[in-house]
Write a protein that binds this ligand. Structure first.
Ligand SMILES: *Cc1c(COP(=O)(O)O)cnc(C)c1O
Length: 360
């Protein structure tokens, strides 16, 4: 049997990825010029497949970055002149606020207790903030931001940009793009692809903001200035030599997901999430970190262990199953288990059976 990776990212490759990567190598995708027609076709198809899979409106641009980290920097540089507002639920969402500060902006931050999400009433965005940033699925704590709250924020603050961190959430969590302005993700989590590629989706409000900043004399970056990226993406080009293999594989895997159907994929996620919840709840020495089941992520389960978490991690590793450690300070007292489209029902059942049998 192969090693099975239930780690939250990088995770197991999507089950068709290997075949696509082999084909890419065989046919010369990795050697073709990024200025040639073949690459343009690959990027175009990737845009189309993502648009269909994630229901991205036609007037939203689909751009290529190196990672989600890059998207944090790009969004601040291009869409925030002075002040940003961040909802911080853990390590990943917090880093967005930090990058804003590092780039000389004033970052307002609502920090909620880890393992929770804020109530709508607790979110009080100052008039001066230009953007609200939200992490859809805080992979460090396993908390999932409610979609209703995003929609309510849109209604309450129609003039502010809303930026969504979709890493580890999309394409599983259905986002209504009309209620947000920008969303980004990297591909090594829920898409199950090799790391080193980010997708940054932006609407024309973000673009106008960047153009406005240029008119006012602000610096908005260099090779990845948003207006230039959008112009290039329209003709399926990038400024730099991009991760062609990554874009190709993402396009193919997005197409495979479309053929399988996003609804069957979501139903499988629900089933696997339910059996994971069940084993966590019935195990005497394990507990959900996120207590409120409405706010518990389906795709990343964060579990407190009454024992040193590496004992479970090692036990599973001996059975060729890999789960993640707790994040940062929680390393030794938690485990994190991914439930992504690539993990089959049978694999998840095997994992759950092993966890159920585990006792110290
Ligand atoms: C992993 C992760 C990131 C960072 O992704 P990179 O590819 O390392 O930039 C950001 N946000 C969330 C929610 C993540 O899970």
């Amino acid at each position: 049997m192969f090693e099975l990776y239930f780690t939250p990212g990088p995770t197991a490759l999507y089950f068709t990825a290997e075949e696509h990567i082999k084909n890419a190598i065989k046919t010369g995708v990795c050697s073709t010029s990024h200025r040639g027609q073949w690459f343009k076709d690959i990027y175009k198809e990737c845009q189309q497949n993502l648009r269909e899979l994630m229901d991205i409106p036609d007037d939203y641009h689909i751009l290529i970055t190196s990672s989600a980290n890059e998207a944090w920097e790009r969004i601040i540089e291009n869409c925030v002149e002075e002040e940003s507002y961040h909802i911080s639920m853990g390590a990943f969402s917090q880093r967005f606020a930090k990058i804003s500060t590092q780039l000389g902006r004033k970052a307002h931050e609502l920090i909620v207790e880890e393992g929770t999400v804020p109530a709508f009433d607790a979110i009080d965005v100052p008039d001066s903030a230009e953007i609200i940033t939200i992490c859809l699925n805080e992979s460090s704590t396993g908390a999932s931001f409610p979609l209703e709250t995003i929609n309510a924020l849109r209604e309450k603050y129609p003039d502010k940009l809303i930026a969504i961190d979709g890493v580890s959430g999309v394409p599983v969590i259905p986002i209504n793009f009309k209620n947000i302005d920008t969303l980004y993700f990297s591909v090594q989590k829920a898409f199950g692809l090799p790391a080193g590629l980010g997708i940054w989706i932006v609407n024309n409000r973000c673009l106008e903001k960047a153009n406005n900043m240029v008119e006012k004399g602000n610096v908005i970056g260099s090779y990845h200035r948003l207006p230039d990226m959008v112009e290039k993406a329209k003709v399926y080009q990038t400024a730099e030599t991009p991760n062609i293999l990554g874009i190709y594989t993402l396009s193919k895997v997005a197409n495979d997901m479309l053929e399988k159907g996003i609804l069957p994929i979501r139903r499988e996620i629900d089933y696997k999430s339910a059996i994971l919840n069940q084993v966590i709840e019935s195990h005497p020495q394990m507990h959900h970190f996120v207590e409120n089941d409405l706010h518990r992520s389906k795709t990343v389960k964060v579990v407190k262990t009454d024992f040193e978490s590496k004992q479970l991690i090692e036990y599973l590793k001996n059975k060729k199953m890999h789960i993640g450690t707790g994040y940062g300070p929680y390393k030794n007292e938690q485990v994190r288990i991914a439930n992504f489209p690539t993990h089959s029902k049978e694999q998840m059942e095997m994992l759950v059976d092993l966890i159920e049998a585990f006792r110290l």
